[in-house]
Design a protein around this ligand. Structure first.
Ligand SMILES: NC(=O)c1ccc[n+]([C@@H]2O[C@H](COP(=O)([O-])OP(=O)(O)OC[C@H]3O[C@@H](n4cnc5c(N)ncnc54)[C@H](OP(=O)(O)O)[C@@H]3O)[C@@H](O)[C@H]2O)c1
Length: 259
């Protein structure tokens, strides 16, 4: 049976790379994001490789556009077996300089975008006897990160939200996979808005990252963090007392990366 996979944020970076790689593995991929032209280009690339893709433009902050996308996928193919809630934005700004508009947008896209996508997919999946929900969180979910406070909050929110969805629905055939990447070389971290000299430790190529995400999906992992050094640091960070994190880890990280 052909697997139908719906990916948000499929026009760029992690989402487009995942769409191309999953299509090569035989998935029918439905490509969702706001920039239709970029989605058409990804579809063309997938079809050149002999794969199947469907462009379903929309905005994760607008549930009606997600509903429309699901209806189109069901009309053309079938309800998605896998959804990848990947769309996200990051503003690398000091908390004192972050205006409320950007803060609201980050929460709307990163957290509400995942919730909108999952809430609309879940009843369909349960109706179909099961499915897999994949959420792209971040290593920034483990602790508050300087210059990424709102982003960290949204990613921690995704981790907790998906955990709730998992424990509530695993008996209904719903598999939930939360992915926490460290720094991945995509437009999100190569764009000009990032303050010069921002440390990007253990940065990984998007192709390598894609293989890791696919492996986590195929192995139905509930939580997967990578690259390994970042995952280890994140997990140590989780159990450290605040005094250690504030007075030792953050000053050490600043010294180490800005030497
Ligand atoms: N790169 C990293 O180091 C890294 C690390 C950890 C986690 N992540 C997470 O990975 C995910 C993908 O990021 P990326 O690195 O691939 O960044 P990216 O290249 O900037 O891609 C972001 C994607 O999100 C889509 N998007 C943004 N706002 C949207 C909206 N309102 N509705 C629908 N789609 C929207 C964009 O498409 P349109 O503009 O066409 O809408 C684009 O396809 C994000 O959730 C990010 O937080 C990235």
């Amino acid at each position: 049976m052909v697997t139908t996979t719906f990916i948000t944020g499929a026009s760029s970076g992690i989402g487009s790379s995942l769409a191309i790689a999953l299509a090569k593995k035989g998935h029918r991929v439905a490509l969702f994001s706001r920039r239709e032209k970029q989605l058409e280009e990804i579809k063309t690339e997938i079809e050149k490789n002999g794969g199947e893709a469907l462009v379903v433009p929309g905005d994760v902050t607008n549930p009606t556009s997600i509903e429309r996308a699901f209806e189109k996928i069901e009309r053309e193919w079938a309800a998605p077996d896998i959804i990848v809630a990947n769309a996200g934005v990051a503003h690398w700004i000091k908390t004192t300089e972050m205006d409320l508009e950007k803060a609201h947008q980050t929460i709307e896209v990163n957290l509400m975008g995942v919730i909108n996508t999952v809430q609309l997919a879940l009843p369909r999946m349960i109706n179909n006897g099961g499915g897999q929900i994949v959420g792209i969180a971040s290593a920034a979910s483990y602790r508050g990160i300087p210059n990424l406070a709102v982003y960290s909050a949204t990613k921690a929110g995704i981790v907790r939200y998906l955990e709730g969805v998992r424990v509530e629905n695993n008996a209904k055939g719903i598999v939930v996979t939360t992915i926490c990447p460290g720094f991945i070389k995509t437009p999100m971290v190569t764009n000009k808005d990032i303050p010069k000299g921002t440390p990007l430790p253990f940065m990984m190529d998007v192709e390598k990252s894609t293989k890791k995400i696919i492996s986590a999906i195929e192995h139905k992992r509930s939580h997967y963090a990578y690259p390994r050094p970042m995952a280890i640091l994140g997990k140590i960070g989780l159990i450290l007392p605040n005094s250690m994190y504030d007075k030792v880890i953050i000053p050490f990280a600043r010294w180490w990366f800005f030497r």
